[in-house]
Design a protein. Structure first.
Length: 429
């Protein structure tokens, strides 16, 4: 699937800031336990700042306190409350700034990490260095431990919100670096982190379900069974136009794997009802295609007289067939003179190598070598189309090459002769 489609689908995960739940957004208090402010003036300024009744007034008072007491023992605590205050006002830029300042004094503050990681992913916008930085912070958030004075319940609420965001950013960073194996690990962990299956049908996890399926079909070797599953799962809940785009991708890979579309409707229903592939999800792989040797043999046996085969089929059998089949074809070719058209790959006055078959032309590799009867007066340019008369002399299978001798340019077609008919002059009266 084109990258622009991938980017468009993921963009819907970033359409609005995923705010923390109200219960988690309340003041959590100092993360370092009880701290005593010895200076009475500083204590009064602190209690006055955090006691303001509106978020805007509280934010302004805390900023004033931090200017007056930049090295306060409660700096981490008031910065945490400043993040809450700005978030309550809906000011994303100031919330982000406060969260960055908080991380300078409390590097493992989980709430600040959640906010900063989310915003920095949006700011990266294709900048790999910025995305790497956001991913590094996300990995720090994944291993953050609970502060001593925070309840287990409140910390778990933060983790439930933060872990999907962290896995999302780490996965996006891995995809940008084409590390699809690591991306699969991150996105799979994100799905497992969802406490409620309904979360997986909403953003950003839904877009990352698509990213997970895409990673499976992009890795080397591809895992089409899992790729089909997660692409199909995402398509069941995405809105248009993304739904149709992702479902077409799932259908493409299913048909490539299975050989047809039978059974795909049942897979769609399974994917709708299950986050992860159930035991009943067992798509059947199509039988492997015939080998080149089998195709060469089938072409030969389907034409009892090898001389009737097209030159392209003869060339394919010589290059891919068994020794017995190749010899049957060579027996009717050796010593025969024929017109050999192709695209010049390499040329000199005495010899021209051309690409004759479509495969050779696509890969720009010669499969015919024509040794000239007499040196060419004009050596053809590489890439030009030529036709020579030449006699089949020998061949090799590895590398595949047919060699001809006594080559000479095909004579130019003679212009038709126009005969002038002389009519007798009319008798004068």
């Amino acid at each position: 699937m084109k990258k622009v489609v991938f980017a468009s689908v993921l963009a819907i995960a970033s359409s609005a800031l995923w705010l923390l739940p109200a219960a988690v957004a309340q003041d959590q208090g100092s993360q370092s336990g009880q701290i005593t402010i010895k200076d009475p003036a500083e204590y009064n300024a602190f209690t006055s700042a955090i006691g303001q009744s509106t978020p805007a007034a509280k934010a302004a008072a805390i900023e004033s306190f931090l200017q007056q007491y930049p090295n306060s023992v409660v700096k981490a605590d008031v910065l945490a409350q400043l993040v809450n205050a700005y978030q309550s006002t809906g000011d994303t830029a100031k919330t982000y700034d406060a969260a960055k300042r908080l991380l300078q004094v409390d590097p493992n503050n989980l709430r600040a990490l959640i906010f900063v990681v989310y915003i920095e992913k949006q700011q990266a916008n294709g900048d790999q260095a910025k995305l790497d930085e956001a991913a590094a912070l996300a990995q720090r958030g994944e291993s953050a431990t609970k502060p001593a004075n925070m309840s287990d319940a409140d910390f778990q609420k933060l983790k439930d919100v933060g872990m999907p965001i962290f896995y999302d950013v780490v996965g996006a960073d891995d995809v940008a670096k084409k590390d699809y194996k690591a991306a699969i690990e991150a996105y799979t962990a994100e799905l497992h982190a969802a406490k409620d299956p309904a979360q997986t049908t909403q953003q950003p996890i839904l877009a990352d379900t698509y990213a997970l399926g895409n990673a499976y079909v992009q890795e080397d070797p591809k895992d089409l069974v899992n790729g089909i599953w997660y692409l199909t799962r995402a398509a069941q809940y995405l809105q248009e136009p993304y739904k149709s785009t992702v479902e077409k991708a799932a259908e493409y890979w299913y048909k490539k794997y299975h050989g047809g579309m039978d059974g795909f409707d049942q897979i769609k229903q399974l994917a709708h009802d299950n986050v992860f592939p159930p035991d009943s999800y067992k798509p059947v792989a199509a039988p492997p295609p015939p080998s080149p040797k089998d195709l060469a043999h089938n072409a030969l046996v389907s034409t009892p007289d090898p001389s009737k085969l097209a030159l392209g089929d003869k060339e394919y059998i010589l290059a891919n067939g068994s020794q017995e089949d190749a010899q049957k074809v060579w027996a009717v070719l050796q010593g025969q003179t024929a017109e050999i058209p192709g695209v010049v790959i390499q040329a000199s006055a005495g010899s021209v190598q051309i690409a004759f078959s479509d495969d050779a032309k696509q890969s720009q590799k010669a499969d015919f070598t024509i040794n000239m009867k007499t040196p060419l007066k004009e050596v053809p340019a590489v890439g030009s189309t030529v036709t020579y008369l030449a006699t089949f002399d020998s061949y090799t299978q590895d590398p595949p090459m047919i060699i001809l001798k006594d080559g000479e340019p095909k004579p130019a077609a003679k212009a038709p002769v126009h005969h002038t008919t002389h009519r007798p002059a009319a008798n004068s009266q």
